[in-house]
Design a protein around this ligand. Structure first.
Ligand SMILES: *Cc1c(COP(=O)(O)O)cnc(C)c1O
Length: 680
């Protein structure tokens, strides 16, 4: 206690002395303007990617507004601490079905508004592409929320078809069948159509058409046929391969003409009633959307002149989500939902009108837009690798001429190697020497010292000493260059070098696969302590022992650029530090893999209760260690048997006591049924 007081006094006095030699003031709580919630909102871009759903409260906690900014606010930190008391494990995926409902309402409202404004003659009809999130509770929520809007489902494979057939109850809700199909797929779809369901089969390859027509003839059912068209327009996102002449899906112009001939042969021209295209997911810019809809509309009006009246134009997915707010990256969009919708309605209408063709109903298959915001992953930081040194005590003691203390700390002996002594001199000279000179000397000396160690000249102890001095010097230099325009580059280089590593309790491969595979940007930030200045900068390392298992790109909203580290708070002993990755509701769960045998996380569904508080509707337990081992072919009985044999042998050889053997067996069997992630 006493020691601390002395130290504080020293710090309070010292800046004045330093002021004389150089224009530097040390940040203390007195001269550091107070960090506010608004500062955190800006630093983490919450107002930018948070849309209508995420904000911060005055306590410095993240709040969720699943029904939009005007609706009830849920305190995420409170939810996590309360559920922690109920033994909810971390990491945990939290889903907010109300957010899906809000997004669906927004999409439908935008379409209805455009339809009304332009006097468009057709209706809007949404379908949810199951591949974006197949989890049963998510699909059930979508079906429930979609009731008032008659929302349907889009399937791209046989397993997805089986989900849609079983779950969609009202016969007026549409099922769109995309993807490559075999006879069994087509027969199942046509029999379900005959049973009264509204099923459209979209022809991806011409060969499918004949099979559909033949089976329909034998079943005596009128099929609803759609053509997927291969547009020349390409999306410009990361997923742009879904379109363009060489894309794997859809019919070219000549195949469409052949298709019409085949339909005529079977006297089935009137059964072609839908056109579909999909230019790829997360389309970042509005231009390809415009040209795609114009190209598709032209094909439709040409078909009309052949006597084919297309009832539905299915514009596919692609409506993007603004993950980083930049408006110019693959993780962003440069258009609003209303602009996207307006463009579709406007261009479709104008091409129809130019060609005297009736307006079709519009179907869209927006998946990412509906579900991305609806889930987030909360995880805790286990510990940190701190590289940047705290300056207050260490440096100021030295500057306060308490030389013995600093000497002891660094243990510079008379026989310490000259290069290490040089490094120490650079460190001591930081106050008076020009910044760029010091920086260059420091980097140079670090390289030399590294070489000397490799050649066996320096001992490990000396190398360790040099490392410490280097980190101190770099930290000090960083604080000297902060906020100085002339030294921006040096400051950035030092910031990158000195950023911490926060070891986090999750797996990138399981929970954020697109971050690993595609460099996709998800908003990530602490969910509490946001009324405190995040004094440190860190990249995040996950639990896997893969060097790719990390997150080292974040949006710096002050500079609008992608940086390798995130502003974070120093960890406090005894207080958990919770962070969350947001906007993880689309694609991440099913693409996630089991690297290092980290399994599915627990998932909970949180909705707004009647009194404006929250209720947990479902708690879906993640994989146990045994679930993972079973998946790769191990069996519990064999594993236990082997461990029994080994412990028994150890007891016989007097390496373990009976009691220790018992403990090992108990641990082993408990771990088997436990979570794959780390306990807090
Ligand atoms: C993946 C896919 C979608 C969904 O796209 P989003 O960009 O998530 O809206 C829609 N339609 C088809 C055919 C797809 O393959």
């Amino acid at each position: 206690m006493k020691k601390e007081t002395i130290l504080k006094n020293k710090i309070a006095v010292l800046p004045k002395d330093l002021h004389k030699t150089e224009e530097v003031t040390f940040p203390t709580s007195e001269n550091n303007p107070k960090w506010t919630i608004e500062d955190s909102i800006k630093a983490y871009g919450v107002n930018i990617w948070g849309a209508d759903f995420f904000t911060l409260n005055s306590k410095g906690h993240v709040e969720i507004t699943p029904q939009g900014a005007e609706g009830p606010h849920l305190n995420l930190y409170k939810i996590i601490t309360e559920l922690g008391k109920q033994n909810t494990r971390l990491p945990v995926l939290i889903r907010f079905p109300d957010i899906i409902h809000s997004q669906m309402n927004k999409l439908v409202t935008c379409f209805n508004q455009a339809i009304q404004e332009y006097g468009y003659q057709g209706r809007y009809q949404g379908v949810f592409p199951i591949k974006v999130n197949q989890q049963s509770y998510v699909i059930k929520d979508i079906i429930k929320s979609g009731g008032p809007y008659g929302f349907g489902l889009e399937v791209g494979s046989k397993p997805e078809l089986l989900i849609a057939l079983a779950l969609l109850d009202e016969p007026d809700r549409i099922i769109i069948c995309n993807g490559f199909k075999d006879t069994e797929y087509i027969q199942t779809a046509l029999l379900s159509l005959k049973a009264g369901m509204r099923i459209f089969i979209v022809v991806e390859r011409l060969e499918e058409l004949k099979i559909i027509l033949q089976i329909a003839q034998t079943l005596k059912v009128k099929p609803n046929i759609g053509f997927r068209i291969k547009l020349n327009t390409q999306g410009n996102g990361k997923w742009m391969e879904s379109s363009g002449f060489k894309s794997k899906f859809g019919l070219t112009a000549s195949e469409i003409v052949q298709g019409v001939e085949i339909l005529k042969e079977y006297s089935s021209l009137e059964n072609l009633n839908l056109l579909h295209f999909h230019i790829g997911s997360q389309v970042p810019s509005i231009h390809p959307i415009k040209s795609a809809i114009r190209e598709a509309a032209r094909i439709m009006t040409e078909l009309y002149s052949f006597g084919v009246q297309i009832e539905y134009m299915d514009v596919g997915g692609g409506l993007g989500v603004d993950y980083d707010g930049s408006g110019q990256s693959h993780s962003s969009t440069n258009y609003s939902t209303q602009e996207y919708v307006n463009d579709i309605v406007y261009h479709l209408q104008s091409i129809c009108d130019e060609n005297n063709s009736p307006h079709p109903h519009i179907i869209s298959e927006s998946g990412r837009f509906l579900v991305a915001h609806s889930s987030l992953l909360v995880f805790n930081v286990m510990n940190a690798n701190l590289i940047e040194k705290k300056l207050d005590s260490d440096f100021l003691l030295e500057a306060g001429s308490d030389k013995t203390t600093i000497k002891e700390k660094f243990q510079i002996e008379p026989n310490t190697h000259a290069f290490v002594k040089d490094l120490y001199e650079i460190y001591k000279g930081l106050k008076k020497n020009p910044v760029s000179e010091s920086f260059n000397d420091l980097i140079e000396k670090k390289k030399d010292i590294h070489q000397l160690f490799i050649y066996g000249v320096l001992s490990l102890k000396e190398a360790a000493l040099a490392e410490n001095i280097y980190c101190m010097a770099a930290s000090r230099l960083k604080s000297l260059t902060e906020g100085k325009e002339d030294y921006e580059e040096i400051f950035q280089a030092l910031t990158d070098e000195l950023s911490d590593i926060y070891f986090s309790n999750f797996s990138v491969f399981q929970s954020l696969p697109d971050s690993w595979a595609l460099g996709h940007m998800f908003p990530i930030m602490p969910i509490h302590r946001l009324d405190e200045k995040p004094e440190r900068r860190a990249s995040l390392a996950d639990l896997t022992c893969d060097s790719d298992g990390k997150i080292a790109h974040f949006m710096n909203y002050d500079l609008w650029k992608n940086e390798k580290h995130l502003m974070v708070h120093p960890l406090q002993k005894g207080n958990p530090y919770y962070m969350a990755a947001f906007l993880t509701g689309a694609y991440q769960e099913i693409l996630g893999d089991m690297h290092n045998l980290f399994g599915d996380t627990d998932a909970i569904h949180v909705s707004i209760s009647k009194n404006g508080n929250y209720s947990v509707d479902h708690h879906v337990e993640g994989d146990s260690i045994y679930d993972m081992l079973k998946y790769v072919g191990y069996h519990k009985r064999d594993l236990m048997e082997k461990i029994h044999q080994k412990t028994e042998a150890a007891v016989l050889n007097e390496k373990l006591s009976r009691e220790e053997a018992g403990r090992l067996l108990k641990n082993y069997s408990q771990a088997l049924s436990g979570y794959t992630y780390l306990a807090e």
